[in-house]
Ligand binder design. Sequence first.
Ligand SMILES: [Zn+2]
Length: 270
Amino acid sequence: MKDLMEAPFMVEMIRTLTNMYGHGWDERNGGNVSLMLEDDAVSEYLDPSRVIRTLETGFSEPSLDGRTFLVTGTGKYFKNVQYAPDVNLGIVRLRDEGRLADLLWGFTDGGLFTSEFPAHMMSHAARLKVDPKNRVIMHCHPSNLLAMTYVHSLNERDFTRTLWQMCTECIVVFPDGVNVLPWMVCGTNEIGLATAEKMKTARLTVWAQHGIYGAGRDLDETFGLIETAEKGAEIYLKIAHLPVLQTITDEDLHLLEKRFNVKGREGFLD
Ligand SMILES: [Zn+2]
């Protein structure tokens, strides 16, 4: 067996979580990330038949049966992951229609996966139906996006348009726009189902007064997606109280669509 600590997926996961903490997106135990692993990749580093513990997930998601995930632990701090990955992360494989998760590695202090596991798994299932190459669900608390949900309309078209107008690259990076959920209690199957529903039409879903969910094909892409939306929100908060003399118009946004061969979300541009 190869050394799991040298697996590209593990190295990249630890670097990404450390970077997220460095950006101030994951205070204390805030945030959670799950990465779906390919079976071949896992078996190079682990014996997939060796189950350490079996955990109940509290939900059912038959489409993910047999799928394996590297996921952050509940109550764990992103800042500590690089020093003790085996305590703060776990590798689990779902079975019994997603109701059970076999722990193959990690959570060595007896810990569990993130309390947002339902939202992650339901979002994975939803995104995989739209994009079979989706592998990552990422949740964090970027300050500017969070602040924006206090002072900006939560209408998805309005919220998306504002972000698109704040930096030229926004519409190129997230042409599918941003979906928004009103404030809800987190860690429940209800918010999981609501998030998964939103994930059918966009890779970003803002949780008002809480944070954001992002989905993507790899950790870099998903990180970059959130980073770009957060930059848009930062610019918005810098100018929201000032008289705006010029902006990126819908005409400009159409030019960007043409230049970068993307299509803004249907009905979001005039
Ligand atoms: Zn959160």
